[in-house]
Design a protein around this ligand. Structure first.
Ligand code: PGA
Length: 223
């Protein structure tokens, strides 16, 4: 049985108390679940990582933490930037190249490669997002996420067959584990994970509610 990656992306949502409540409700929702075939990562805003880490340890939850971005620079005079060494104290993963970073923050392939390299220097695991099977992917990333822009946050996911074809193309080039993202829900997750090339999913909206995210994981684990 393949071990699938379920990576929730909270985007720019939630405060500390909401994040702690989410974990407590998630624990209730998934209390009997054995996560032998799923690996769960939560990509949260920087400001929540410390509180989430404390609460995940306290509740003994099988959730790994990730940051949604990383500076393309190391320590130094880069006001406002959060670098890989700082993230490493709180999380094991980073998301690089999400389409919202490309679209709203003007991040280019060149900048994104620098970010991925900074993360790898500190041995952070990198999920590198691409909108199609042609976009450049830096060497050394751990996971690729195929996320067609039109499918993100729209409720219109790609078809499992299309996603499987794009992901097969990406994997043939990179030999790297690749997941699908774009309007994944507890209802459609199994249709994606049943495709042979798809190694996991990256839900955004469906990760905000602990019940929905718990159900999504249960459905994935029941495969
Ligand atoms: P969505 O977001 O699940 O809300 O479409 C996915 C993503 O942006 O990674």
């Amino acid at each position: 049985m393949k071990k699938v990656l379920i990576a929730g992306n909270w985007k720019s949502n939630k405060g500390i108390t909401e994040a702690q409540d989410w974990l407590r409700q998630f624990k209730l929702q998934t209390s009997n679940l054995k996560l032998e075939t799923t690996r769960v990562v939560l990509f949260a805003p920087y400001t929540l990582l410390y509180a989430l880490k404390q609460e995940i340890d306290h509740l003994h939850l099988p959730i790994e933490l990730g940051a949604q971005d990383v500076s393309s620079y190391p320590d130094g005079a880069y006001t406002g930037a959060v670098n890989a060494r700082q993230i490493k104290e709180l999380a094991d993963w980073v998301l690089v190249g999400h389409s919202e970073r490309r679209q709203y923050f003007g991040e280019t392939d060149e900048i994104l490669e620098k970010k991925a390299n900074q993360a790898k220097k500190l041995s952070l695991k990198v999920i590198y997002c691409v909108p199609d099977d042609k976009t450049a992917i830096p060497i050394g990333v751990d996971v690729v996420a195929y996320e067609p822009v039109w499918a993100i946050g729209t409720g219109k996911s790609d078809t499992p067959e299309n996603a499987n074809t794009a992901i097969s193309t990406i994997k043939a080039k990179t030999q790297v584990m690749t997941v699908y993202g774009g309007s994944v829900t507890d209802q459609n997750v199994v249709s994606f994970l049943s495709q042979d090339a798809i190694d996991g999913v990256l839900p955004g909206g469906a990760s905000l509610d602990p019940m929905k995210f718990g159900n999504l994981i249960k459905n994935a684990a029941g495969l």
